[in-house]
Design a protein around this ligand. Structure first.
Ligand code: URA
Length: 429
């Protein structure tokens, strides 16, 4: 095969053969197809799409670029078989749901092998959040991961280098060539990792709205359907929830402050939207693993989920009793009018938290554990002129300048009596 011929096929709206797809992914992973050729092919795919058979083959080729994990032999220390279930979010602002969710599900005897990522751009990364806990380790060997799943039932760790290596290269390239927002490329990227991970059941949290890759409900539905088809065809029991990302989840966007908020949820409190989505996703994850009619909420209220969390954190070297890092500097912004807060733009808050130091501009940059945005009001709240709306947190106060106007602009205050659109779960596929 020849890379240029393959680019021409997609450029001219043709269909790639299974052999062409296998060769492309393999040759790119081995460095035979150049970055600029893959960039051109990605752009042709973004503009002209792929059909169902092409997406399926592309995903399989990405899985085959690395190792597949196998949890079929997983047992508890007492020798009981352990089913597995996992969740993946397409990325949002203030989305700390994985933190309370993984231990909560594990309470019910279903193992959660959660391979997570780091933040890039305005969306936070689960591993960056957990690394604000003193001593906590993201990198585990496969053997350590298996042992922790058997003993604790939940693990949140980094995907090893050998899991879908084609996606690692491809995602980094898409990130800098304007080719992230393609349904076939997002679906194959996410599902290749989740199928290679070997989970038995999967719940996809497909974000829709200003802070998400998919801004429109129809696009999010198509992405969800594409991913559910890929999972189902690979033998993974897969469902998708479409959930609102017009406004951040909870009252925090950052790293340590999101861990703090997750601890509130695990202690039976926390913001209503975070609790609602955690319970809904836990119920779906358990159903996928064949566990029905359990009282998920009770496990948050009575401390069982918190006990699992503490076991999960200490198994990875984390000190549950160490204080979380706190930003050195803070500055609060205030409401500019009386009324109802009808909007608090997720993208603006995400970019503000990122600029304050919670995220990174390049892959190798460090993040500030204490940085981020703490919200004092949520859409639907009545606010008075001069009341605090949000507090910016950072170790480097020169960053306030870059976040202040964004945060002020993020808030929409409407006349009293107005009602914002606030459904959290928009659809299920
Ligand atoms: N998350 C992924 O892992 N891949 C994408 O393409 C987009 C979001």
């Amino acid at each position: 095969f020849d890379a240029v011929d393959i680019i021409r096929v997609k450029r001219d709206r043709g269909t790639l053969s299974p052999e062409q797809i296998d060769w492309t992914i393999d040759a790119y992973t081995r460095g035979v197809i150049a970055e600029e050729q893959m960039a051109a092919l990605n752009m042709a795919i973004l503009l002209n799409g792929m059909d169902r058979a092409e997406i399926s083959r592309w995903t399989t080729a990405m899985i085959n670029s690395g190792e597949r994990m196998d949890f079929s032999t997983l047992r508890t220390p007492a020798g009981l078989a352990l089913p597995t279930t996992d969740k993946h979010s397409t990325g949002g602002v203030g989305d700390k749901i994985t933190l309370p969710l993984a231990p909560l599900v594990a309470v019910f005897g279903v193992a959660v092998p959660q391979l997570s990522g780091r933040g890039l751009g305005h969306t936070g990364g689960t591993l960056d959040k957990l690394e604000s806990i003193s001593g906590w380790r993201a990198e585990l060997s496969n053997a350590e991961m298996m042992a922790q799943l058997s003993e604790v039932g939940a693990v949140i760790c980094a995907a090893g280098a050998s899991l879908a290596p084609a996606d690692k290269k491809l995602y980094a390239l898409r990130d800098v060539t304007g080719t992230v927002e393609s349904i076939p490329l997002i679906a194959s990227s996410i599902m290749s990792k989740k199928i290679a991970e070997g989970t038995g059941a999967l719940v996809l949290d497909v974000k829709v709205g200003s802070g998400a890759f998919m801004k429109k409900l129809e696009d999010a539905r198509e992405l969800a359907r594409t991913m559910v088809n890929l999972g189902t065809d690979a033998g993974v029991r897969t469902v998708a929830l479409l959930t609102n990302m017009d406004t951040p989840l909870g009252l925090t966007a950052g790293n340590a402050i999101e861990v703090q908020e997750s601890l509130e949820v695990l202690a039976g409190g926390g913001p209503a939207d975070v609790v609602e989505l955690t319970i809904r996703l836990a119920t779906e994850m358990l159903e996928g693993a064949g566990v029905r009619d359990v009282d998920v909420e009770a496990a948050l209220k009575d401390g069982r989920a918190m006990d699992k969390w503490r076991a999960m954190i200490s198994a990875q070297g984390g000190d549950n009793d160490a204080p979380l890092p706190v930003a050195k500097e803070s500055e609060t912004i205030y409401a500019q009018a009386d009324g109802v807060l009808t909007g608090l733009d997720a993208m603006d808050v995400g970019v503000a938290a990122w600029r304050l130091g919670a995220g990174r501009a390049r892959r190798a940059d460090p993040v500030q554990a204490g940085a981020g945005v703490r919200l004092h009001a949520k859409p639907g709240d009545v606010v008075r002129r001069g009341a605090p709306l949000a507090t910016m947190l950072t170790d480097t106060p020169e960053r306030f300048e870059r976040a202040r106007d964004l945060l002020i602009g993020a808030a929409t205050i409407s006349p009293e009596g107005s009602r914002p659109e606030m459904s959290l779960v928009l659809d299920r596929i």
